[in-house]
Design a protein around this ligand. Structure first.
Ligand code: DAH
Length: 339
């Protein structure tokens, strides 16, 4: 053999590694899968029999030397040897790291859940892509109800109808199909409607559904629960008003209004100078709906409500344009959680 092993030994002895890149080059040349010491091993078969032992010994020593040097270089780098080469100036002030903040819609959802958890509600979820049964039929929507028409609903498939859910009331059905009363649940989530985007409407928004089913639940429970909610979410002097309304899945049904949080009754354009703002719909769960889910309406009754989380949030913080929630403007988002 030529003096190649000796050359490699010299190389190793004199090797210097001052940054990560050089370390990798060292590793590939002496340690990696196709390293040059391995090549020496593979030449063993050309070495005359009587020299094999000495040769093997020498190559082995080289291998150990390479390992030792490699470790030495790693230690050298992690002890700060790399700094000189990478030009890190330790005297510079630390980088200013920015904290994120909680999105106002998330903050409202969390507060909503907090309020209802304390009176025994849990949280349930359902799919955003929903079938006709859960979004409409089980909720007692007549076959030709306008809400089923194409201008409101984003259909994914027709016959069988599969659509983006238009409300979180679909989750009521899923919960009642799977659980036995007493049921006390909140279902927050995204809903979708084919609407033009403006300051007051969006094709994607969030709702919070509430459902309470047990023996002897009455409209008085519904009112008292929502009074409690309004005072907790806003202020102790917040007023609540129920207006008779219609929803296919509740009977009787009522629209929920609260006293305007912006002008406190003086009149402003948020409440259209009425002093009241609508925050959602509610009512006693229709006996047909209970029966559709296998719950005996002769034994059980309950109430339900659905509110827009955007609306609740806008009133909470005095936000005038719903598009702000999705524009991701840091100047807007930062205001809710200044750190
Ligand atoms: N799902 C209705 C909507 O999106 C809101 C609603 C009204 C939900 C009355 C309810 C309810 O649970 O009882 O407009």
């Amino acid at each position: 053999m030529p003096n190649l092993p000796e050359e490699i030994r010299q190389e190793l002895e004199n090797s210097e590694v001052s940054n990560a890149e050089a370390l990798e080059q060292f590793r590939m040349r002496y340690i990696g899968r196709k390293n040059i010491i391995g090549e020496l091993f593979s030449q063993m078969r050309n070495v005359p029999a009587e020299e094999k032992k000495a040769y093997g010994q020498m190559v082995n020593d080289l291998k150990n030397l390479a390992q030792a040097k490699f470790q030495e270089h790693i230690d050298g780098l992690s002890a700060g040897g790399a700094e000189a080469d990478d030009h890190v100036d330790l005297t510079l002030p630390p980088l200013d790291s920015e904290f994120g903040s909680i999105h106002p819609l998330t903050a409202t959802r969390q507060r909503f859940i907090e309020i209802f958890e304390r009176i025994g509600f849990n949280v349930s979820a359902g799919p955003e892509i929903e079938d006709d049964w859960h979004n409409f039929t089980a909720l007692n929507f007549p076959e030709n109800h306008p809400a089923r028409e194409m201008q409101d609903t984003f259909f994914i498939e027709k016959n069988p109808d599969i659509a983006l859910r238009t409300h979180t009331s679909s989750v009521q059905i899923r919960v009642m199909e799977n659980e036995k009363p007493p049921i006390r649940t909140l279902s927050p989530g995204r809903v979708f409607r084919n609407e033009a985007i403006s300051a007051r409407a969006h094709c994607v928004f969030h709702q919070m559904e509430g459902l309470y089913i047990d023996k002897g639940v009455s409209f008085a429970d519904l009112k008292q629960t929502l009074y409690h909610f309004a005072k907790e979410m806003y202020t102790k002097d917040t007023q609540v008003r129920f207006r008779p309304s219609y929803f296919p899945f509740t009977e009787p049904s009522a629209e929920i209004d609260i006293s305007c949080q912006i002008c406190h009754g003086d009149g402003c354009n948020i409440c259209k100078y009425t002093g009241w703002v609508e925050i959602g719909g509610s009512g006693m769960v229709d006996p047909n709906v209970l029966a559709n889910c296998g719950i005996d309406p002769e034994v059980y009754s309950g109430f339900a409500f659905g509110m827009g989380i955007e609306r609740i949030t806008m009133l909470r913080y005095g936000i005038k344009d719903l598009r702000l929630f999705t524009e991701n403007d840091i100047r807007f988002l930062k205001q809710f959680n200044p750190l």
